[in-house]
Design a binder for this molecule. Structure first.
Ligand code: IMP
Ligand code: MG
Length: 175
């Protein structure tokens, strides 16, 4: 009963730093376009961007896009909507999408199609969490923080009906 911690602040911090080191070695001298997915991706975007900087990669551009997956309870929408567009052009840019969690995969599928149409030079995905066993469409996620079981999680940017995003760690309800 009650809330259980799945990943605490230190575990997240350590993993985010490891991902930053890995990304840096994959993009030597290549300026990155970090595209955070609103609203849930805000926390990982802020922490990951600064982890890049601390490890020496200081050439990143940051923008955001809002995607609403209109979830009903724990069911993913098959038709997510772009609710806030980017400010910048991704044309000829090396884009790294920074997302909180990939579940069924429809939101990411929609976003990757959009980035292709807009002429990004390359697109890769970093997601702090992935629920592979719930995937309904195959989306390539190059960088995964943690592969998690089919549990409904919250905290560290991820909401429960728009609450709990400011919780600094990732939890799940154990009931
Ligand atoms: P997908 O389109 O099914 O992959 O849904 C992805 C989006 O659903 C994520 O960006 C989250 O906003 C939300 N989501 C997926 N799993 C969870 C969860 O366990 N807790 C809260 N939100 C979730
Ligand atoms: Mg999200």
């Amino acid at each position: 009963m009650g809330d259980e911690i799945l990943y605490n602040e230190e575990q997240i911090h350590t993993r985010v730093n490891e991902l930053a080191v890995e990304v840096i070695s994959d993009y030597p001298q290549i300026p990155l376009f970090l595209l955070g997915v609103l609203n849930g991706g805000v926390t990982i975007l802020a922490d990951f961007g600064r982890a890049l900087w601390r490890n020496g990669k200081t050439d990143s551009t940051v923008d955001t896009i809002g995607i609403s997956s209109y979830r009903y309870g724990q069911h993913s929408s098959r038709d997510p909507k772009i609710v806030k567009d980017l400010k910048l052009s991704v044309h000829n840019r090396d884009v790294l999408v920074v997302e909180d969690i990939v579940d069924a995969g429809y939101s990411m599928e929609k976003l990757l199609a959009l980035l292709k149409v807009r002429g990004a030079a390359s697109v890769e995905v970093l997601s702090l969490l992935s629920k592979k066993e719930r995937r309904e469409v195959d989306v390539p996620i190059k960088y995964i923080g943690f592969e998690i079981p089919d549990k409904f999680v919250f905290g560290y940017g991820i909401d429960v009906e728009e609450m709990e995003r400011t919780r600094p760690y990732i939890a799940y309800r154990n009931d």
